[in-house]
Write a protein that binds this ligand. Structure first.
Ligand code: UDP
Length: 340
């Protein structure tokens, strides 16, 4: 099959490209390179040779997306391109709606023009907002009440996909799957691509940057949450398991049907537990300081991933936190300046 991968130069998109190439598919990457990396494209090219093409384009350019879909004879789209910082979305809501919702609409319009009717969409646990502790673990039917423009823009695109799949009198109805990711971590086992966010805001890479000497310490955002050790609990899923879920989802994609699944390991780790794991894996003391709570951080978020296990037989293989951290550490040790 021939896939269009939006955001293929980013963290998750680049891992998805490698996985699809390993399965023998062709990939065409579209990326604006505003947040993605040319270095990731180069790594994907060296893995896939002439089965990889790159089109430098913004999602708002519907005409260029349409011609790319037609010219490259695309079968299926995997849509990763997005702005993904919660804090930034509170400061620049318009940009988040423009990119995450507007960009998605432009892509769907191009897909209609080009008669490409299959899409797998990167959604997020942020669409659930701040469910109460008794709502844990989160299932696909937990009410979606996002508390920031990031989560809201992703949820609104889910709504559009659902409506498009159900559109009346559509001779070629859309087939769509949304995967709601929890906290994604780790990197390619062969070290070909990895995580390089600028600025970096995520817990595991920040701990590892302290171990590398790039930061003096970790600031723990709040130690007074109603959790066993007072720090926030999250569900960390390995990026390779996550891309496996995309491949599994392809089996379920059906014209006229919108499906969504949670992607997590089904248990949470606290900030303290993650910090301890990073200390064990790196052998570095990783100093930590107590900080204020970060606005918009719910105390505890973890998935009930049983629906996708039951429907598609997908389950995370990496359930050991040290194992997940180790792959992230391998990448960071070899690429202390990321793709730079
Ligand atoms: N966190 C922290 N210090 C940091 C970065 C993150 O204490 O420098 C905490 C954050 O408050 C959250 C958890 O680590 O409880 C995971 O945050 P991350 O930004 O990695 O992912 P999020 O859950 O926000 O998607």
């Amino acid at each position: 099959m021939h896939f269009l991968i939006t955001g293929g130069a980013g963290y998750i998109g680049s891992h998805a490209c490698l996985r699809l190439l390993d399965e023998g598919h062709e990939v065409t990457i579209v990326d604006s390179l505003r947040r993605g990396h040319q270095g990731a494209i180069d790594a994907i090219r060296s893995a896939g040779g002439d089965r990889v093409a790159f089109v430098h384009v913004d999602l708002s350019d519907t005409a260029r997306l349409t011609s790319t879909l037609v010219d490259r004879r695309i079968d299926t789209v995997m849509h990763f391109a997005a702005l993904t910082y919660v804090g930034e979305s509170m400061e620049k809501p318009l940009e988040y709606y423009q990119t995450n919702l507007g960009g998605g609409l432009s892509l769907l319009e191009a897909m209609r023009e080009a008669s490409v009717r299959r899409i797998v969409f990167s959604s997020t646990a942020a669409t659930y907002g701040e469910p109460p502790p008794e709502a844990m673990p989160i299932t696909e039917t937990t009410p979606q009440r996002p508390i920031n423009p990031y989560g809201a823009s992703k949820l609104q695109f889910e709504h559009v996909l659902r409506a498009e799949c159900a559109a009346l009198k559509d001779e070629r109805p859309l087939a769509a799957v949304a995967l709601r990711y929890f906290n994604v971590a780790g990197s390619d086992a062969r070290g070909r691509v990895g995580e390089d966010h600028r600025p970096e805001t995520h817990l595991i890479p920040i701990c590892l940057e302290v171990a590398l000497g790039k930061r003096p310490h970790l600031t723990v955002f709040g130690e007074d949450y109603p959790t066993p050790d007072g720090t926030c609990i999250r569900d960390y899923v390995h990026v390779e398991d996550l891309v496996d879920a995309h491949v599994a989802a392809l089996r379920a994609i059906e014209p006229g049907r919108f499906k969504c699944w949670n992607i997590g390991i089904g248990r949470g780790y606290s900030v303290r537990e993650v910090l301890e794991s990073c200390r064990r894996v790196t052998g570095h003391p990783i100093p930590a300081q107590k900080g204020e709570r970060r606005p918009g951080d719910p105390p505890s978020l973890y998935a009930d991933p049983s629906a996708i296990a039951c429907d598609l037989g997908w389950q995370a293989k990496h359930t050991d936190l040290d194992g997940i951290v180790r792959t992230a550490w391998e990448w960071m040790r070899r690429h202390p300046r990321g793709y730079a």
